[in-house]
Design a protein around this ligand. Structure first.
Ligand code: ZN
Ligand code: ZN
Length: 94
């Protein structure tokens, strides 16, 4: 069984009713639940994703460990190579 995480702040070790982050915002919880799991990792600069895709909101439940299981966006990698004429850094980081 995986460790239960607080559905309010996403941290393990306590449950939402006793969350130190404050009161549970039911609407926010609902909204978070409705967010789809990201399918790829994009690379971004100050103008947004290199692939020019729409910005994806990252759900609280998806942590770094989850992110590292995702493949990187191929269009971002392509854009990176075109812009800097070199391969992007390895993903996931080792
Ligand atoms: Zn919490
Ligand atoms: Zn992308």
């Amino acid at each position: 069984m995986s460790k239960r995480k607080c559905s309010n702040c996403g941290k393990p070790g306590h449950r939402a009713p006793t969350c130190p982050e404050g009161e549970v915002d039911k609407e926010e919880l609902k909204r978070q639940k409705a967010l789809p799991d990201p399918k790829t990792i994009h690379m971004a600069d100050s103008n947004g994703y290199l692939c020019k895709g729409d910005r994806v909101e990252w759900p609280n439940r998806c942590d770094d460990a989850f992110a590292q299981t995702l493949p990187r966006c191929e269009k971002c990698e392509q854009a990176y190579r075109e812009r800097w004429d070199q391969d992007p850094p390895a993903w996931p980081p080792v």
